[in-house]
Design a protein around this ligand. Structure first.
Ligand SMILES: [Cu+2]
Length: 223
């Protein structure tokens, strides 16, 4: 399908896109309807020779209908979006799958600090490794990310994985993704966090299983 969204390489990306499109079509239809009516009225009620404006005294019932009917339609459309998206958010945000790979990501002005637990899979041990802005993961495996922030609010954004989650000082927030295609993808910060915000970007490298093994060997040679 024709799309202006960034390439989707996430197992749940299609579901997120379906919500985006639903909202887009609803708001798009309202936009064209509203603009269409304005243009139509501009034409119908334009100035013409010999036609004078008339004064009306108002009609409470008609005025209420003009407000209430669109309000009810908008409410109905809102509920439609809610019912469509609730099961998707539940699957992604409420029931997170256990991770094959775990990392800790800490936002700070103006970098992403990536902490790997190392081959033992545990944080707080000697083989932990911390780097800035370089997240390496294997393709086809669930990656669990624990998000933290050191100074202000940042937002961990993986456009290609359809994941965007705020990172807050004093809190640990869980997120996850599973990449479907090897490649290098951007990790911008999506929350204005200071003068260096626009330059705050990391890179996610999704490796094939083989390349990931090699990267682990290279990074922890003694393991
Ligand atoms: Cu930031």
């Amino acid at each position: 399908m024709w799309s202006w969204l960034p390439e989707n390489v996430s197992t749940y990306g299609g579901d997120i896109d379906s919500i985006i499109y639903l909202i887009y079509y609803i708001t798009g239809a309202w936009f064209f309807l509203t603009i269409g009516i304005i243009v139509l009225f501009l034409f119908l009620y334009r100035h013409r020779e010999g036609r004078r404006a008339t004064y009306i005294h108002g009609n409470t019932l008609a005025q209420m209908a003009w407000i209430l009917v669109p309000t009810l339609i908008v409410l109905g459309l809102d509920l439609w979006i809610d019912f469509q998206s609730a099961p998707i958010w539940e699957r992604i945000k409420v029931h997170m799958p256990p991770g094959d790979v775990r990392v800790q990501v800490t936002g700070k002005q103006f970098n992403w600090e990536i902490l790997y637990p190392g081959p033992d899979g545990r944080f707080g041990t000697a083989d932990d490794l911390q780097v800035d802005n370089e997240l390496h993961v294997p393709v086809g495996q669930v990656v669990r990310v624990t998000l933290k922030a050191k100074d202000v609010i940042h937002s961990f954004f993986l456009p290609n994985l359809r994941l965007k989650q705020d990172a807050l000082p004093g809190r640990e927030i869980e997120a996850w993704f599973e990449a479907t295609k090897p490649g290098v993808y951007e990790i911008p910060c999506a929350e204005l966090c200071g003068f260096g915000h626009s330059g705050m970007v990391g890179y996610l490298t999704v490796h094939s299983a083989e390349d990931y093994e090699k990267w682990v060997k290279r990074t922890w040679p003694s393991s």
